[in-house]
Design a protein around this ligand. Structure first.
Ligand code: ATP
Length: 199
């Protein structure tokens, strides 16, 4: 499994549709300061569902949308698509190529798609669990991340090992199960109350 292609339109310094193709192995992106190298990794994290605009070096969703330049008008939306090779079926979906897309609007709303079908952020999160790709995965090590990992507390560091070991899926499912159990218990309590009221 590897990232084959990124398509960016309207995200930060990329107003025009920009396609970046990756081969297997190592790809380096080089360019002068301020030319948009980090904006590419921001685009990847954003498409994977990053909700914290601060961690994408902005204050509000609007800040990741192209803000305009001398000869180009500001845009009202942005979109980023990531195409992942899935021939080894590491992602639990019956396609050999998976495209995850996020569209963001100035209003602050976002839409998510898997292979062009609208989906929830939760679906993307679940698809990427235990693959290391998710927004909290270890496949994107941005500037300062190593320092953050080394200085973070043991329970946060443990999350990285759990993702690598394939345990986070079970932790996630357990938490979801506990939430559903609580809802069911509350419903049962409510039914019991109504039952005693009408008896
Ligand atoms: P360095 O090598 O210094 O780390 P870099 O190549 O990683 O630089 P980035 O930080 O990716 O550069 O890009 C910074 C550029 O992106 C700046 O010129 C900034 O004006 C531009 N930029 C950021 N957000 C937007 C936006 N919403 N609209 C237009 N341009 C933007």
């Amino acid at each position: 499994m590897y990232l084959k292609k990124i398509e960016i339109k309207g995200f930060k310094s990329f107003p025009n549709k920009t396609e970046i193709l990756f081969e297997k192995g190592i790809t380096s992106i080089v360019g002068p300061n301020g030319s948009g190298k980090s904006n590419i990794s921001d685009a990847i994290r954003w498409a994977l569902g990053e909700q914290s605009i601060k961690s994408l070096r902005g204050d509000k969703l609007e800040d990741v949308i192209f803000a305009g330049s001398e000869n180009k008008k500001a845009m009202s939306f942005c979109e980023v698509s990531l195409t992942i090779d899935n021939t080894e079926k590491i992602l639990d979906i019956d396609y050999s190529e998976v495209t995850i897309k996020r569209v963001g609007y100035k209003s602050g709303e976002s839409e998510f798609y898997i292979n062009n079908k609208p989906c929830r952020l939760k679906d993307i999160k679940e698809l990427l669990l235990d693959t290391g790709i998710g927004k909290e995965g270890y496949s994107i090590i941005e500037q300062g991340k190593i320092d953050e990992i080394l200085s973070s507390n043991p329970s946060n560091r443990r999350k990285i090992f759990e993702e690598a070991a394939g345990i986070s899926k079970y932790r996630y499912k357990k938490e979801e199960g506990e939430k559903n159990l609580k809802i069911t218990k509350d419903n049962l309590d409510r039914i019991t109350d109504i039952y005693y009221e009408i008896e």
